[in-house]
Write a protein that binds this ligand. Structure first.
Ligand SMILES: [Zn+2]
Length: 410
């Protein structure tokens, strides 16, 4: 007789519950959540009264650039992180220098290391950006598509073809972006604020949506990522999403200029975001300004957190450890009450999954079996320690941490 469960987790503490329960997993799904589950199981995991939750989800990572900091001088980092983010556009221009050396052969090695770390830290879903422009060409896209295939069933990667250096100002990007979509990229990615004029910004937004609609793909755009209260690309993006019927299929990243918006304009933006069913991904640890996360939450808008960078021209650290991201965010956003910590935890699990359109990412019967068994009994301690989970379950199977460890050490 076959096992009733592929995996049986005993003595699990669920969020918001004081008592312990058991979780049965079969065929990639959560099939039972109740105390005293019996039956045969392929693997039994004793959670020992520690927290078991949905696995971590990272909706924003520049995976083609991970570990490239050592190939660069620090000029870009200095420009991006400088006071008030006045030189963020120059930082992107300086960071582009590394792309003259772009080659999928070394990009895939770096990407593998970063995704391996994601698996160790219980991060099972990543929206990964690959630069597409005249320097990077399609090297990053090819490397990330390969990583997506290699890590299937362990870490699910959505590859974003990303026009990092602009659409209008960077000649030939439109053609390369189309080729990237034909190669099999999952998401169309733009950065409209980087264009020189408002008309060009509008054109950038429009043509990204045109491509997304043609290939029936979601949109991700880095918007208003500089210290300029006059930037309006988040607004343009939300308006375009509504106009095109792309509700819930357009994800906005950064929106750091929002920190400087006058209150009446912020209120309009919050209303537009809700109307477009659009989430903002904030990465407050990678720049001196950040979207108004607490105020957006208070308005009922959707917000989640992303890793953004790992040791590249913009940010020197990062481990694909979303508990670490939430830990840093709790300081930068001053979200330190119990309720706020629970919100932060949602922002790296269920809300991030929702933002990426990852379906059924919920710890309940019928949910997909993407889970972490932590070494801590509650969210406060999980954030305090931000250590690797004791067990990671991805797509209904245990992640082989020995293998991940040895890949990391290669
Ligand atoms: Zn970014």
């Amino acid at each position: 007789m076959p096992n009733q469960f592929d995996i049986l987790i005993k003595n699990a503490k669920l969020r918001g519950s004081e008592s312990l329960t058991d979780i049965g997993i079969a065929g990639g799904k959560i099939v039972s959540v109740e105390k005293g589950l019996g039956g045969e199981a392929g693997v039994t995991v004793d959670a020992e009264a520690n927290l078991v939750t949905e696995s971590f989800v990272n909706p924003h990572l520049h995976l083609c650039k991970v570990y490239t900091l050592q190939m660069m001088d620090e000029d870009a980092l200095t420009a991006y992180q400088g006071e008030g983010m006045g030189k963020a556009m120059n930082a992107i221009e300086l960071a582009a220098r590394v792309k003259e050396k772009y080659d999928k052969a070394w990009i895939i090695e770096n990407a593998r290391k970063a995704v391996t770390q994601a698996a160790r830290f219980g991060n099972t879903h990543i929206r990964a950006f690959a630069d597409v422009d005249s320097k990077a060409r399609l090297e990053g896209v090819k490397a990330l598509i390969r990583a997506r295939e290699e890590f299937k069933g362990i870490v699910e990667i959505q590859v974003v073809a990303f026009a990092q250096d602009g659409w209008v100002r960077e000649r030939g990007t439109d053609k390369l972006m189309r080729e990237a979509m034909e190669l099999g990229a999952d998401v169309v990615g733009g950065i409209p604020w980087i264009e020189y004029t408002e008309a060009n910004t509008q054109q950038h937004v429009k043509e990204i949506f045109d491509l997304a609609m043609e290939f029936n793909k979601d949109v991700s755009m880095l918007v208003d990522d500089a210290g300029d209260a006059g930037l309006r690309s988040l607004e343009m993006m939300a308006v375009e999403a509504i106009k095109r019927g792309w509700h819930g299929r357009a994800l906005a990243h950064h929106a750091r200029a929002m920190a400087l918006y006058p209150m009446p304009y912020f209120q309009k933006i919050a209303a537009l975001l809700k109307q477009a069913n659009m989430t903002v991904v904030s990465d407050p640890h990678t720049g001196p300004l950040h979207a108004r996360v607490k105020e957006l939450l208070a308005e009922g808008a959707f917000v989640c957190l992303g890793q953004d960078d790992i040791s590249d021209a913009y940010y020197p650290f990062g481990r694909n450890n979303m508990l670490e991201v939430a830990f840093l965010a709790s300081h930068l956003l001053w979200m330190t009450t119990r309720a706020e910590m629970e919100t932060l935890y949602d922002m790296i699990t269920v809300n991030a999954a929702r933002a990426m359109n990852v379906k059924d990412h919920e710890l309940k019967v019928g949910g997909n079996a993407n889970l972490v068994v932590l070494n801590q009994p509650n969210v406060l301690e999980a954030l305090r320690e931000h250590s690797a989970p004791r067990v990671v379950i991805s797509h209904g199977k245990l992640v082989d941490q020995m293998k991940m460890e040895s890949m990391w050490n290669q």
